[in-house]
Write a protein that binds this ligand. Sequence first.
Ligand SMILES: Cc1ncc(COP(=O)(O)O)c(C=O)c1O
Length: 405
Amino acid sequence: MITMKIRPLSDQEVQQLRAETGGTAKRIHFNNAGASLPPDIVVDTVINYLNEEAIYGGYETEYKYRELLDDTYTQIARLINADTDEIAIVENASAAWGMAFNGIDFKKGDVVITSEMEYVTNLIGFLNAQKTYGIEFKVISNDEHGNFSLAALKNAISPQTKLIAITHISSTAGAMVPIIEIGKIARKHNILYLVDACQSAGQVPVDVKEIDCDMLSVTGRKYLRAPRGTGFLYVRKEVQDKLKLIFMDGFSAPWVSQTDYKVRNDARRFELYEKNRALTLGLSKAVGYALNIGIERIWQRIRHLAGLMRRQLEDIEGITVHDSGDQQCGIVTFSVNGMDSVLVKSELAANQINVSVGKAISTLIYMNKNQLSSIVRASVHYYNTEEEIKAMCNTLITIIKSYRP
Ligand SMILES: Cc1ncc(COP(=O)(O)O)c(C=O)c1O
């Protein structure tokens, strides 16, 4: 295997990228797993488009920008190594995931295999399919080191296994699930494979051919730095006809005669005609921006910053870092002994530091197993700096002292 040396982001580049992101001058933003700060160019693109719609008309503006709007699919396809006709643009990851999952032709007795890191939307989807069709879902527990168990997955597979549905990066833990290895197992057994890459796209390289998944769902506002209310679904060409459509309109399934319609021949069948064009262009800009920097370089810097943050947090008395597993990402989770996570978050916010609180409901199985009701989540992006990490840790030390009896 040839390993290519990745050129790290230089301090100068980071400063330039920060200068292109107005928000970095105002706050220390460690809530990238919630929503990243968008680059100014993304914000300007959306505002300009809306202004043009207001002046020239929505349909007229769409016509003017039709090639750029269409290019969004090409940008996304490049990002995940797919073909443009395998991409549907939707408004968030839950819609993308639901469109894929609920399109599957489940029968009583079918089994879905998932992991303990699965996201709430998806777990509710399994429960709903259990109630509606009588499917069963099996949860693969992490091993004692916090790693997904490939051996347990292999053991769990049976002729009834219809789907393997996996969240690559959980919303409330730093651990990553080995989606490429899981993909090999899914393919070997000819089982449908759905990946939730909501926290992954824009953070780590995502290559659908390497993962060998059939469906993959993504949101725009997190590591991709796109506007809120954007997302996309990838559906492998060969699988598109196997999924039912939940909604149809004249765009996804046009008339062929007064008595019949024909479903589109590409993944855009999972879209409806009416959508937010301004946000679509913003998504396109954000994806292009990330590709321009280079996802490998982004990932390298995020790993570096998150590792530094974990080490510094671990050195603070009274703080417990909860991340486990061999593969860690940019999401750092911790708690302050004796302090509610919501209070930690609000104290940091009073010091212009954004973090978020990961609640048990987001990843109920993982959180219950680890007896966690909530955790503080500090998620780094490439535009964060070592100084910001130091500042957050110093602020935490002050907060802890001020609450000590
Ligand atoms: C792992 C994961 N999957 C799915 C979602 C849902 O994304 P959206 O809010 O865009 O529907 C989230 C949101 O936090 C998430 O973290």
